[in-house]
Design a protein around this ligand. Structure first.
Ligand SMILES: [Zn+2]
Length: 175
């Protein structure tokens, strides 16, 4: 079935629970919250067309947060090793997914080497900015809202952002 294979392509593996044709469109049910969020974020490509997936129901399970990992050699580091490395720091709620290259506002089927997982929101603060995985060191990227600023220690902005009180006071002092 086209939807099933498109869903498998988007989230990888066997995350699909059910596909239900309704008057208003297709209802897609996923086994885990993480796969559900992944699908909503990525959308579906069905017969070469990008389809937007809408969220209909409030999440029941623990809030999950997308974490992106960079600098992991694509072929020599297995996803299992990635999971094991991360589980030392936090609870991982999804399998490991590959990020794709985006072109003209759409994801292509070409991977860009980044990988991402969903982790429990309450654990995000425990994750260091670098994680050792099978001899490699991955840089860990959290959503900006949950990233601690290196300058002032508060969450939600980059150190070079005007929102940072320390940065703002330094700019004032310079001028
Ligand atoms: Zn700051």
């Amino acid at each position: 079935m086209q939807i099933a294979s498109s869903v498998a392509q988007a989230v990888g593996g066997t995350g699909l629970d059910a596909v239900q044709p309704m008057k208003s469109g297709w209802y897609i049910y996923m086994h885990t919250q993480a796969d559900r969020e992944c699908l909503i974020q990525k959308g579906l490509v069905i017969v070469g067309k990008q389809i937007t997936v809408r969220s209909e129901f409030a999440p029941k399970q623990a809030q999950s947060v997308k974490i992106t990992l960079k600098d992991l050699p694509l072929h020599s580091i297995a996803n299992n090793a990635v999971l094991m490395g991360l589980k030392e720091h936090c609870q991982v709620l999804s399998e490991v997914h590959y990020s794709n290259v985006w072109y003209e506002g759409k994801p292509t089927s070409i991977r860009n080497g980044d990988r991402f997982v969903y982790v429990a929101q309450q654990d995000v603060g425990k994750l260091p900015s670098q994680v050792k995985i099978a001899g490699a060191v991955a840089r860990v990227f959290k959503p900006i809202a949950l990233t601690k600023c290196k300058r002032c220690g508060k969450e939600g902005h980059h150190p070079s952002d005007d929102k940072c009180p320390v940065h703002a006071s330094e700019v004032m002092a310079d001028s």
